[in-house]
Design a protein around this ligand. Structure first.
Ligand SMILES: NC(=O)c1ccc[n+]([C@@H]2O[C@H](COP(=O)([O-])OP(=O)(O)OC[C@H]3O[C@@H](n4cnc5c(N)ncnc54)[C@H](OP(=O)(O)O)[C@@H]3O)[C@@H](O)[C@H]2O)c1
Length: 346
């Protein structure tokens, strides 16, 4: 049986759900993949930063870490751990094979995630992130760094959770080119808009998204279109080889939409959805994120709740659409598992 040493930077909704999957799949990973995962460190913002003590052969007890963080404690309460004060020191000493980075989104600079990822890659550690900020702000640099240090940098969970968008492009569309991207890629605004169609208020729709753990830590990033804009930039940077930065985008969110706007759209057999578009022209790649009226029976128009959909325009495969029905936190956490196994198998 082989072993992978895992470390977490960020132990919030996504990472904790991933931890629960690792615990529940322990036997399956051993039987199917001959793989044992040992947690060697966990770093958070306010719940402590700890490394597994070197004498602990079993690593950090994830069940205990989950209960401590979920009851508001600090990870220094764990047995057999040593505390470190800073994340960069954590990266230097954690001795992990893979670091899972899931700190909150900072749309205009991708920090501190980009710094953490850069540091880990330079130390020869594989990195998996669910944080779209670094892909939108520093993709080319981080990809080149990973190649130079012969390690993997994977980020399937950054857009549409575990649905294979980047993997589809990397592994299944050999020889085809993507020429444009259109999508509803933000779950929170979709939950709010479809909720308003069924009589909820804007605030009730937002509360539901927060209850499900799918809203950003700062929900203004969802409502004002920044989450969608950063996702569209990340998609364009990876799938269209764009060299864009979120600072070049001016998203229009859904904050000013009223119940009356939703009702007017309904009378025209339409719905309002926050649509992201990446298009190629002679001037390069342009990105637009704004609420649009779409036909009520169209793919985007029928999206309810947290559902997302993405259409890739290609030269040889026409339009390929991906639909994710009402994803929750498990789907994002699955992306981390899928990236882990991809690294393990390659
Ligand atoms: N939630 C989703 O459905 C979803 C879907 C796709 C992608 N994502 C992305 O995944 C990432 C994580 O989302 P989440 O919902 O898990 O967020 P979250 O619940 O807010 O958790 C964030 C974690 O990061 C820690 N943290 C904050 N600042 C830090 C810092 N400077 N250094 C080290 N750790 C720090 C927090 O620690 P404390 O709590 O102790 O402060 C917490 O453990 C985000 O980038 C988000 O955009 C989320």
């Amino acid at each position: 049986m082989a072993e992978l040493k895992l470390a977490f930077i960020g132990f919030g909704n996504v990472a904790r759900e991933f931890a629960r999957i690792l615990l529940s799949r322990r036997d399956n990973l051993a039987e199917t993949y001959r793989l044992n995962c040992r947690t060697v460190g966990i770093a958070t913002g306010h719940h402590g930063i700890v490394l597994s003590a070197s004498r602990s052969a079993s690593g950090i007890d994830l069940n205990a870490a989950l209960s401590i963080v979920e009851s508001g404690g600090t990870l220094t309460q764990l047995e057999n751990v040593t505390e470190v004060k800073h994340c960069l020191e954590f990266i230097n000493h954690c001795d992990a094979d893979i670091i899972f980075e899931t700190t909150p989104l900072s749309p205009l600079d991708g920090e501190p995630a980009a710094t953490y990822i850069r540091h880990a890659l330079q130390r020869g550690v594989h990195v998996v992130t669910a944080n779209k900020g670094p892909i939108a702000c520093a993709y080319q640099e981080l990809k080149t760094l990973a190649q130079a240090h012969n390690v993997a940098f994977r980020f399937e969970g950054t857009v549409m959770d575990g649905l294979p968008v980047f993997n589809l492009y990397e592994y299944c569309l050999n020889g085809a080119q993507i020429t444009g991207i259109v999508g509803v890629v933000n779950s929170t605004t979709n939950a709010i808009l479809s909720g308003m169609e069924s009589g909820l208020t804007f605030e009730q729709g937002l509360l539901e998204a927060q209850r499900l753990g799918i809203a950003e830590a700062n929900a203004d990033y969802d409502i004002d279109g920044w989450d969608a804009a950063v996702k569209m930039v990340a998609l364009a940077n990876v799938l269209l080889d764009a060299r864009l930065h979120p600072r070049e985008i001016s998203p229009q969110g859904i904050r000013s939409l009223q119940q009356a706007d939703v009702e007017k759209a309904r009378q025209r057999q339409a719905t309002i959805r926050l649509i992201g578009r990446a298009t190629r022209s002679a001037n390069g790649i342009q990105i637009r994120v704004a609420p649009e009226e779409v036909a009520a029976h169209s793919l985007f128009g029928t999206l309810q709740g947290t559902s997302n959909a993405l259409t890739l325009l290609t030269d040889l495969m026409g339009e390929i659409s991906l639909l994710e029905e009402n994803p929750g936190i498990t789907q994002t956490a699955y992306a981390l598992l899928s990236d882990l196994l991809r690294i393990w198998q390659e």
